[in-house]
Ligand binder design. Structure first.
Ligand SMILES: [Zn+2]
Length: 428
């Protein structure tokens, strides 16, 4: 009986056997040390723009160094720094066909303090016609990376001032978007504007192990290391430690980096990313996704909240957006013969696929899923000050990290390539 079983699952066990010594590296004691450090009170709940989150970033970078990861192309360390900007309008004027244009009829989205534009500036012209989905279209133009002049149908006059919301928090960008509330393209126009640009620093932590043969094909393991920070005290505790959300996923990313670094047999390049700004709009993942061609990413394992037992009990987790690619089936296949089971997300009504950093890459077509154990209908400490180290099951979490490692084996080895997400099918 046993012999037959071995033959039937020979391939899986073969992968297993060669990975076995390195799997030991995913050790509960080490998992607990990292998890405890990231969720300690002195990390202050890792809110963006805090001292605590910078401390967490330095800790993750130090662990990446211990794992002997390389930095990504062109970077001299693991910190991927970028800026969130808050441009505040100071003064400006506009003319159209030689006539002054009312202040309520133009809006410039820019990250430059001084801008001067006219019809000879080479701006690409686009329209938001009557009946269009106004904000969705506007968002597309602002994010296009091109200098654009967008003519907005005068029927949108009431919504027009709300375009200013784009300035509340934006990423550094070399392109400008000028919206004019005009039905027709002007023959001549000019706009001068001055903004105060407030700059705030953010950083992802990113490292990699180059692939042996398929260097240009990337497999990403990610988790977000930011959390909610310090809030109003509840029973004397004001720190949102985010031990499960998502120090747990970050811990997994670090442990996986150590594991794959020891194996050093990955044919594809593996990228390890700890994202910032997930809890405040996914800025970290967005910046990260703009640093390379998404077509080169063959799979993304985003890891969120794996510190508690899933609804099926130990040694099991779920995959969000399961039906959107065949990646889940590949992971299941790789787990055959092990004690682990991955299931499709049992909380589809919660739209979890769209609620974490995987969505940023999925929208670009990347097979990007989140793996989690969190009981989203009853997770007691979710987004409370009690999401602390003591509430997590370190043994099970260690096993789940092993399961993720095993499940990814054939993808990392370049043998399986998940189907792509049909991005046209996704909401913005
Ligand atoms: Zn989270």
């Amino acid at each position: 009986m046993k012999r037959y079983f071995l033959l039937a699952t020979g391939i899986t066990l073969g992968t297993f056997a060669s990975a076995q010594p390195a799997l030991k590296l995913i050790e509960q004691k080490e998992v607990a040390r990292i998890e405890k450090t990231l969720s300690a009170d002195d990390m202050e709940g890792r809110a963006i723009f805090s001292r605590g989150i910078d401390k967490a970033a330095d800790f993750i970078a130090a662990e990446f160094k211990k794992a002997d990861l390389q930095t990504v192309a062109g970077a001299d360390n693991y910190l991927q720094v970028f800026y969130q900007l808050k441009p505040e309008f100071r003064s400006g004027s506009a003319t159209v066909n030689g006539q002054a244009l009312d202040e309520k009829k133009w809006m410039l989205i820019t990250s430059e303090p001084q801008v001067s534009i006219n019809e000879r500036s080479g701006y690409e012209i686009a329209k938001i016609p009557a009946g269009a989905e106004f904000f969705r279209e506007a968002y597309k133009f602002v994010g296009s990376g091109k200098n654009m002049l967008v003519l907005v149908d005068p029927g949108f006059a009431a919504n027009f001032p709300r375009l200013g919301n784009f300035k509340r928090s934006m990423m550094e960008s070399k392109s400008n978007t000028l919206f004019l509330l005009l039905g027709e393209a002007p023959e001549t126009f000019s706009v001068e504007a001055t903004h105060d640009i407030k700059k705030e620093r953010l950083q992802n932590v990113v490292g990699m192990i180059p692939g042996k043969s398929k260097k240009d094909e990337f497999v990403i393991f990610s988790g977000h290391y930011d959390h909610l920070g310090i809030g109003k005290p509840v029973n004397g505790d004001s720190i949102y430690n985010g031990a499960n959300d998502d120090a747990a996923g970050t811990t997994a990313v670090i442990m996986l980096s150590k594991y794959f670094s020891r194996l050093k047999n990955n044919e594809r390049t593996i990228i390890f990313a700890a994202f910032t700004g997930e809890e405040s709009g996914g800025f970290g993942a967005r910046y990260f996704s703009q640093q390379f061609d998404p077509a080169k990413v063959v799979a993304m394992f985003n890891i969120e909240m794996i510190g508690t037992d899933s609804k099926w009990g130990k040694n099991s987790a779920y995959i969000t957006g399961y039906e959107k690619t065949d990646m889940g089936k590949i992971l299941e296949k790789n787990l055959k013969g092990s004690v682990f089971t991955f299931y499709p997300d049992p909380y589809p009504e919660q739209q979890l696929f769209y609620r974490s950093d995987n969505a940023t890459l999925a929208r670009l077509g990347v097979p990007a899923h989140t793996i989690s154990t969190s009981k989203m209908d009853s997770e007691k400490y979710y987004h409370t000050v009690d999401d602390e180290f003591e509430t997590l099951d370190m043994k099970n979490m260690t096993e789940i990290i092993k399961a993720i490692a095993i499940s990814s084996a054939s993808i990392v080895a370049g043998k399986d390539t998940p189907s792509r997400v049909d991005a046209s099918d996704l909401r913005r």
